[in-house]
Design a protein around this ligand. Sequence first.
Ligand code: SF4
Length: 748
Amino acid sequence: MAVKMTRRRFLQSTGCAAAVLPFANLVQADDSFVKYPYVSPGSMAGTQTVTGGICEMCFWRCQVIGKVRDGKLVKLEGNPKSIDNGKSLCARGNAGIKLLYDPDRLKYPLKNIGKRGAPKWKRISWDEALDECATRLKATIDKYGPQGITIFPHGSSAVYPMHFFEHVVGTPNNSEASFFQCRGARDLAYLATLGVPAGEEVDMPNAKVIFLLGSHLGENVHVSHLKRYLKGLENGAKLIVVDPRFSAAAAKADVWVKIKPGTDTAFLLAIMNYLAENEKYNVEYVDDNGDGFDDFCEGIAHASLSWAAKICDVPEAQIKQVADMLSADMPHVAIHPGRHTSWYGNDFQRERAMACLTGMLGAIGSVGGFVRPIGPKLGRFSWPTPMKEHAEEYSLRRLAKVHKFSPPGTPTDLIRNAALTGQPYPIKAMVTWGQNPIQTVPNQAQTIAMLEQMDFVLVCDVMPTDITMYADILLPEVSYLERYDYIKRGTQWDFAEEHQQYIAARMPLVAPETKDHERKDSVWITNELAKRMGYGEHIKAKSAEEMVDIMLAGAKPTLSLKQLRAEDGIHLQEGEDPYDVELDVVFYSEALEEAGYPPVPTYTEVPQPPAGYARLVYGRLPVHTFNRTQNNVWLHQESTLNPVWLNEQSAKKMGLKDGDMVELVNDQGVKSRTATVVKVTPGIRSDTVYMAHGYGSMNPALTVGVGAGVDDQSLISNPSIDPETGTHGMRNNFVRFIKDGKELSIPA
Ligand code: SF4
């Protein structure tokens, strides 16, 4: 039975609606008039509750339960047993049902008998598909070696095939978007400074000050993350937001710093220099745990308030105000490390400055500071590593002697350049698993050129995203609601509450559809490939279920899927104190100096917009997870286009008004394929325009998302590369608008 979900009911169910009807207003049924029990089509009557789901509409992985009727999933809810997201799901999590039953989903293996980019699909059997994949991948290995293959993975189901190709086949060329186009610079900068990678686990619920630099919480929605942030605000934390745009977070801020894009490191250096000069930092913590603090102070002594004020286009008094607020409430200060940090190609330095500021305030292991929630232990599951030495020998990063503080894998540009030049060796086969490099990797023209020179392209996905248009063989994967594959573990969301740990393995909420559908999970697909490629002897788990059970068996105490099922999908146990942490802070890094990088966080100027252009920056919307949700009909209805934010003074001079449709063209002459709507606002600097990422798909197979809004990545044709990590900087393109065929300059 179909469930009709109106917009109002959908928003109410996601907690987005402003109010719900009080019970007193509901009409009471009068039994005497009820002849037949009425079951409204949208009610939960007759449903069974199935536990053990883990959401993957974004990477946060909230624990969910499903309401199932006649074998169909009719509603998703947060698992009431969860100590993470609890009963809550965000709008995207609720809309997972529309992904599950999306008629555009990939259904069976397909072979491209047309051209890459303009495919003609022929349905083939799994045997035919796997045989052809294995034959062509083996042919690549025979001709070019295992390094002739590259893999672009994303999401939990891609981990198993990624490790197969890395460890067993021996390709080092693995580019994860979550590192090289997202958080790689952050993780490595914190590792180099505090000895641990950063998560988003700062103690916001109990902080006296929350400091967000470019993080737009509220638009960027992850349930327990947002719970922490909102509880902190409820508890009276002061909020400082540094952002060129009046974001949802800026709207709640005590101080909004309307900073010039690309100058954040100068802002942070000036704060730290002021704190040092005036002894307003946490002297005791720095004395006990600081490494190279005097040299650090010397290295940032040039960063006066007036110096930064000029660079950042921010009043000197406001930088001082921020520094004083941080100092007054240290160490109970939550300096949020951010998530997506690949902005300008100098991002490692900015993130190192964030970590150093955290250390100067002694906001480590303190209530309200940087904490280390310890999740429960699990068993390891991995492929054997017979080709480890080969992969190391052919590491592009090692051969080029660059990016010595890189995240795991290989920076995307090294792979793309090698593929395009054949140097230091050819890369001729590409496997893309759950990632859409067309919309995640900057410079689409180069990515498409890379794809076109491949001898073979294999894509495995749930939806026909843009990359699938370039596949030779396209394999359909079951969705996160139909498979086993991921064990989520963590702690209670509020770190100050009773210390608990949880383990939740992803279990199917419904069986995969079988009628005219032939989707498989990544463990089955990879194993079948491995057998056909001659690596069958290395297979350790016959199924995803067995893989998860192996990991659970290594938990302390030992667990199993059977036990987890009996425990409603979540095992709870006593936890550890997340505040019990004391980290050394490397202010002056000899390791960085030896590797040829600045030992002290350093500001590097970024290119400024040429006359008539504004810098393009991008971000998230609460109802979308980039292109993963663009075809979801419920979410699409909530935000059909991605409005481009334009300063109201600029709009006036350009003769544009709110709601006008425009196309965009960048400073290298690249035009957007589609148009979007203008949002005229005083809440953005005149040198900057902003839009949400992940719109404007070009694949007609996505009947909802195709051509809706503008694909910001299509305009990011001039990426920079972070020297320490090799991650991309994606905010160095400038745009102007096209209205009715005429290019409009954007006044400064
Ligand atoms: S934050 Fe939303 S989309 Fe992300 S896992 Fe949780 S419910 Fe799913």
